[in-house]
Write a protein of this length. Structure first.
Length: 131
C-alpha cells in the first residue's frame, strides 16, 4: 500500500491533548492522528449511507421490530409452558434442571448437524432457579 505524508500544525492546546492521548495509549503521536482521521472518515461514510439505507429499509424497520418482539414473547411463553408441563409430568424432578438438560442435549444435536450455536446458560435465568 502506498503511503503519503503530510505536515499538520496544531496549536499548543491541541498538540498537548494529542501528546497526552498518545502517551495514555502508548502509541506514537502519528498513529493517534492516523486513527482519529480514519475514524472520522469512516463516520462520514456511514453518515452518507444512512439516508440510502433508510430509504431502502426504513419502512420495514418497525415491522421487523414488531415481529422480533412477538417472537421473543412467544418463545418466553413457550418456555414457561414447557416448564409447567415438565413440572406436571415429572413432579419428583426440578423442572429447571430437566429443561436445562434437554436444552444441552438439543445443542449437542444441533452441533452434530454442523450448526454453530453456543452454550449461553446466562440466557436462561430459570436454570439457576431465578425464573
Amino acid at each position: 500500500m502506498a503511503e503519503h505524508g503530510i505536515t499538520v500544525r496544531y496549536d499548543d492546546e491541541d498538540y498537548e491533548a494529542l501528546r497526552l492521548e498518545a502517551a495514555r495509549r502508548r502509541l506514537p503521536l502519528a498513529e493517534v492522528v492516523r486513527q482519529a482521521v480514519s475514524e472520522h472518515l469512516a463516520r462520514r461514510s456511514i453518515a452518507r449511507a444512512v439516508p440510502l439505507l433508510d430509504a431502502t429499509f426504513g419502512k420495514h424497520v418497525d415491522r421487523l421490530a414488531a415481529i422480533t418482539a412477538k417472537a421473543f414473547v412467544a418463545a418466553d411463553m413457550a418456555s414457561w409452558q414447557a416448564r409447567a408441563l415438565v413440572a406436571a409430568l415429572v413432579p419428583d424432578q426440578n423442572p429447571g434442571e430437566v429443561m436445562r438438560e434437554a436444552r444441552l442435549r438439543a445443542l449437542v444435536d444441533l452441533r452434530q448437524a454442523g450448526t454453530d450455536f453456543g452454550l449461553d446458560e446466562e440466557a436462561y435465568p430459570e436454570d439457576r432457579g431465578e425464573g
